[in-house]
Design a protein around this ligand. Structure first.
Ligand SMILES: Nc1nc2c(c(=O)[nH]1)N[C@H]1C(S)=C(S)[C@@H](COP(=O)(O)O)O[C@H]1N2
Ligand SMILES: [Mo]
Length: 312
């Protein structure tokens, strides 16, 4: 296992970590190994932006993915329907080619890429992530994708860029759920910039080795595995770097139920139900929900100065 505390490092660990990080980088990190900050970082050797992650890192190899049938047959996608079983059929009406994505706002280099550039121009890898819906169900999904930081880097965020807003497609001719006012369209989400450039934050372009199914957000969606599923917007067309915290669809609809942070947290109940346990799709017994959806080693340091009860 790669996840160990600095004070427990042995020669074997050093070899593992050395291989993982590359010798030069390991030496420079080791040289800076002083105090609590190091223990924090040593918990998980975060890769550089665009550097791939070893498959046994953050428990990826331990999780058994849900079946393709489960992942593509039970979906939240309000643009099509609030009925999770109907989405797989209704979403097939969406035309996903041509498709462009624009990155603008607080950037030096605003850009618009078409889907082919996105599918070929980045460091795509497999990431097996848990997905925990705020409603209390969860799955394990083997995504293909690349780190969002890679895309943001190309746009060169300015020093004023503190937040990132995502906008999904608005096209009610094909997205028939948009004829309903269940949410204000387009679907909008957002992250703090340090969350957005975290190496776990993915632009997903496929799953199970195939291009992304339409019901899962084709041609591309964001995946933020330590947050409730609604923070992982599908079918995005626009990313805007911002100075202020962006408004988001679910938070606008019901601020007391869906916070901006929405970190998975068994200790903070939803106003209408407990978040202590979850129903892993396909399993009979409920399973305990984990803080940050099991990714605390990787992300807890982002929230050191935040009260997770008020910033839910
Ligand atoms: N554009 C858009 N993105 C969305 C949603 C949605 O309704 N519209 N639902 C969210 C919710 S609530 C969840 S749980 C996940 C579900 O992702 P999946 O269907 O791929 O499992 O997508 C999220 N992304
Ligand atoms: Mo969800």
């Amino acid at each position: 296992m790669l996840i160990r505390r600095a004070k427990e490092l042995t020669d074997n660990d050093v070899t593992d970590r050395d291989l993982y990080l590359g010798r030069r980088r390991f030496l420079s990190v080791a040289a800076a190994a002083l105090g609590a900050a190091w223990v924090e970082r040593a918990a998980w050797p975060a890769p550089e932006c665009g550097e791939s992650v070893s498959p046994d890192s953050f428990g990826m190899a331990d999780e058994v993915p849900n079946s393709l049938e489960q992942i593509t047959g039970y979906n939240n996608y309000y643009e099509f329907s609030t009925n999770k079983e109907a989405v797989r059929i209704l979403a097939q009406d969406l035309r996903i080619n041509p498709w462009t994505i624009t990155v603008d706002g607080e950037v030096e280099n605003p850009l618009t890429l078409d889907i082919d550039a996105l599918l070929t121009g980045f460091n795509t890898e497999e990431r097996i992530y848990r997905l925990r819906c705020v409603e209390g169900w969860s799955m394990v999904i083997p995504w293909q994708g690349f780190q969002l930081c890679e895309l943001l880097k190309r746009a060169k965020p300015t020093s004023q860029a503190k937040y990132v807003q995502f906008m999904s497609l608005k096209r009610s001719s094909e997205m028939i759920g948009q004829r309903q006012t269940s949410l204000d369209w387009p679907y909008r989400e957002g992250l703090r910039i340090d969350e957005a450039v975290h190496p776990l934050t993915l632009v997903a372009t496929g799953l199970y080795g195939e291009s992304l199914p339409k019901q899962n957000g084709a041609p591309l969606r964001i995946v933020v595995p330590w947050k409730y599923g609604f923070k992982s917007p599908k079918a995005i067309t626009h990313i805007r770097l911002m100075r202020e915290q962006p408004t988001t669809s679910w938070n606008t609809l019901a601020p007391s139920e869906y916070g901006f942070y929405a970190n998975v947290n068994p200790d903070v109940a939803h106003p209408r139900w407990s978040q202590r346990r979850e129903n892993r799709i396909g399993e009979l017994q409920k399973t305990p929900t984990r803080i940050f959806n099991g990714y605390a080693e990787q992300v807890a340091h982002l929230y050191q100065n935040l009260d997770l009860r008020t910033h839910y």
